[in-house]
Design a protein. Structure first.
Ligand SMILES: *Cc1c(COP(=O)(O)O)cnc(C)c1O
Length: 421
């Protein structure tokens, strides 16, 4: 039996209507920016496997560090115990995070990192004797698939079965040049009507919302209003973190810093799942008390797994290296050059870029999960390029180690698509 056939026997894939799309594509090997299927055909991973493998797949430097760690300490309960990899990672994270961040809390994935952030914010107020139970979020944000994160996500077309169980979330539109006054009015109205605990947002780039981008100055005004009203701000940097916007974190572009930051994805460079929620000293201090009940009673069995921590430390070392920083600059410039070439193409409706994230909207009619979307995906795969269109949006978010030749091949394949439309 082929891998495809064996897959169908017992596996249930995420985000998949198996009746319409029964086939998954087997990948048997990955190296640098390349993926290999079971026929030996290679594909350029233009989205770094959902923005995780930013230093290249199976990065040899990370492998070496993991190997050493695996021989030394694999796992230890993180309640009541500690270990050097977690301590070292916390020190490295605090060095690159916005200056107000002081404490590091571990979990397993982007959704749980946001869940932790939301729970921290709710309990922060609870511990101070204030009952605040409303969360503010953007209309079209995405924060994950666990209940709290899902409640905060505005892209809820497929959340129907769960809506009755959501936590209380009030929404504001994502700000732009035209609607900013409306956004601020709506925000003020929500703040005066509800007991608002927190505001959760993806800073500058909304990944699942087709890489929608918005300006730092608008977000800054919203954050300032939250701050004045003692509303805890949670920056979801699960997608934007670790260099993708051209700075270590998207929050680095914004004057007002968040109280809480969630991160995952590139944190562990595509090797293993792990997530971190960082916060300020002030948040942490609100949990210090003679009563145990004011502590943060949230744990995951694999919290701060030493092997995952060793991956993250190696990843941060690579991120800070001259080579990766040079590559990031080169990708940014290549995207900008490509943009100049195609932004006036009749089949291109709009383009946008932040750091190594580049997106273009096609000038065609199609559904987000419609047939055309899958045809475009097939076009890329046939040509050895792995890009996953978000509806009519095609985006590139390549691993930092991608070569110029590989980048050019992605651009050329997009050009061929445009002329075929
Ligand atoms: C991917 C993502 C999440 C969810 O992370 P998971 O690891 O898939 O649970 C949350 N927020 C943003 C911005 C993301 O891109």
């Amino acid at each position: 039996m082929t891998l495809k056939e064996r897959d169908k026997k017992h596996l249930w894939h995420p985000l998949t209507q198996h009746k319409i799309h029964p086939d998954a594509m087997p990948i048997i090997k990955a190296e640098g920016a390349l993926l290999f299927d079971d026929d030996g055909k290679e594909y350029i991973d233009g989205i770094a496997s959902w923005y995780t493998a930013m230093y290249g797949h199976c990065n040899p430097y990370i492998i070496e560090k993991v190997n050493t760690q695996m021989r030394n300490l694999d796992q230890i309960v993180f309640a009541g115990f500690t270990h050097e990899p977690a301590i070292h990672l916390s020190e490295e994270l605090i060095k690159i995070l916005p200056q107000n961040q002081e404490k590091i809390f571990f979990s397993d994935n982007g959704s749980t990192a946001n869940e932790v952030g939301i729970k921290m914010a709710l309990q922060y107020h609870f511990n101070k004797g204030e009952k605040r139970n409303t969360i503010i979020a953007f209309n079209d944000g995405f924060h994950g698939d666990t209940f709290g994160a899902m409640s905060a996500s505005g892209l809820s077309v497929y959340n129907g079965p769960f809506e009755d169980f959501f936590i209380d979330v009030q929404r504001i539109p994502t700000p732009n040049n035209e609607n900013f006054e409306e956004v601020i009015n709506k925000l003020s109205e929500i703040i005066s009507t509800y007991n608002v605990a927190a505001f959760i947002y993806e800073p500058l780039v909304q990944g699942a919302n087709a890489m929608h981008m918005f300006e730092a100055k608008y977000l800054n005004e919203i954050l300032k209003i939250c701050s004045v009203n003692n509303i805890i701000t949670i920056a979801d940097e699960v997608m934007t973190g670790f260099g993708k916007t051209g700075k270590n974190f998207a929050s680095d572009y914004i004057e007002t810093k968040p109280d809480i930051i969630s991160m995952s994805k590139a944190l562990t460079a595509g090797f293993v799942p792990m997530a971190v929620t960082s916060c300020t000293q002030e948040i942490y201090d609100a949990f210090l008390d003679d009563s145990i009940g004011k502590a943060f009673f949230h744990a995951h069995t694999y919290s701060a797994n030493p092997i995952a921590c060793s991956v993250a430390i190696a990843g941060i070392e690579l991120l800070g290296s001259e080579e990766i920083q040079k590559n990031i600059k080169n990708i940014i410039k290549s995207h900008t050059d490509f943009d100049t070439k195609i932004k006036n193409h009749p089949k291109v409706k709009a383009t946008r870029q932040k750091g190594v994230i580049y997106a273009l909207d096609l000038e065609i009619e199609m559904d987000r999960y419609g047939k055309k979307r899958y045809e475009i995906f097939d076009h890329f795969m046939k040509n050895g390029v792995c890009l996953r269109p978000l509806g009519k949006t095609i985006y590139i978010l390549p691993p930092y180690v991608i070569t110029q030749g590989q980048l050019n091949k992605i651009y050329d394949t997009i050009l061929v698509l445009l002329s075929s439309l």
